[in-house]
Ligand binder design. Structure first.
Ligand code: PAF
Length: 279
């Protein structure tokens, strides 16, 4: 695996590979890699001729400084995992490579999706995500961008960014990879004790409960019972919402429309999110 730390060098290298006809798959990450990331690397490897991964813990997407400071960093282990999984190129930039002095932040017109759910609890988060992803995509001019469904709202925001900024990359969203107890794989799980990881299986149980029991009509009671499954395990709920595929909450389901349940919880100060398509 070739490791690049400078934007100019990786950009030139990728351009030369594209000119010689290779297709580029890109998996952006903030490191602390797990099987979810590796499944994206493997998906890219089976479709593209070159697979690039980036590791950059992006400060502009953290609204909470403590969350940023505590974000797990496991670079050596990440490099080992990427090499074992046959990743071709790793981009490991410094802050100044991504945000040089002359960098001017812009405001993305993302519409309502920016301020709902994650956006409501983490103001400015999706502007920061768009900022870094646009920069990364301008450096790594990929053919296909691979993201995980666990961050569904982020996926939809990045889809919008690609349209807004006329970026030519195709977006592929891959299924959430889970632990045995159903807990969605996340870098933040590394901050949980084993006991907390066990308890966190209740998040998946709550989503599954909704999937198994949903009926046309009002959804309040169903959400109430699902929320209890989480909170009775000492997990704090931020939101648990049933929405359409544009992530607009619905109170009454017609039994036909495609819907999804999304949740965010905190366990001992660690924020976890998950979602499940219901039909
Ligand atoms: O999902 C993540 O890890 C990050 O939000 C991303 C897409 C790498 C941007 O920093």
């Amino acid at each position: 695996m070739i490791i690049f730390k400078e934007a100019k060098n990786i950009h030139e290298y990728i351009q030369s590979k594209k000119e010689s006809g290779l297709s580029i798959g890109f998996v952006p990450t903030m490191g602390a890699l797990h099987k979810g990331h590796l499944s994206l690397i493997n998906k890219s490897k089976s479709a593209e001729t070159l697979t690039v991964c980036s590791i950059f813990v992006n400060p502009t997407q953290f609204n909470n400084p403590e969350d940023f400071q505590k974000y797990p960093i496991t670079i050596e282990e990440d490099i080992r995992l990427l090499e074992m999984n046959g990743c071709d190129i790793l981009f490991l930039p410094s802050y100044a490579e991504i945000y040089p002095h002359h960098f001017l932040a812009k405001n993305y017109e993302l519409g309502k999706i920016e301020t709902s759910l994650e956006g409501a609890s983490r103001p400015g988060h999706f502007q920061g995500v768009c900022m870094v992803v646009e920069i990364l995509l301008s450096i790594i001019d990929c053919d296909t961008l691979y993201l995980g469904q666990k961050d569904l709202q982020q996926c939809l925001i990045i889809k919008k960014l690609i349209e807004l900024e006329n970026i030519h990359a195709k977006l592929v969203i891959s299924e959430t990879i889970r632990e045995e107890n159903g807990l969605a794989m996340s870098s933040r799980n590394k901050r949980l004790t084993l006991e907390e990881q066990k308890k966190a299986g209740a998040i998946y149980q709550a989503l599954n409960y909704i999937k198994q029991n949903i009926q046309p009509g009002t959804l309040d009671e169903l959400k109430f019972h699902a929320t209890n499954l989480v909170t009775e395990n000492g997990i704090e709920k931020d939101y648990l919402e049933i929405t359409n595929l544009d992530l607009i909450p619905i109170q009454n389901w017609d039994g036909i429309k495609k819907i999804v349940v999304l949740t965010a919880v905190t366990i001992n100060g660690v924020r976890l999110i998950d979602n499940m398509i219901l039909n």
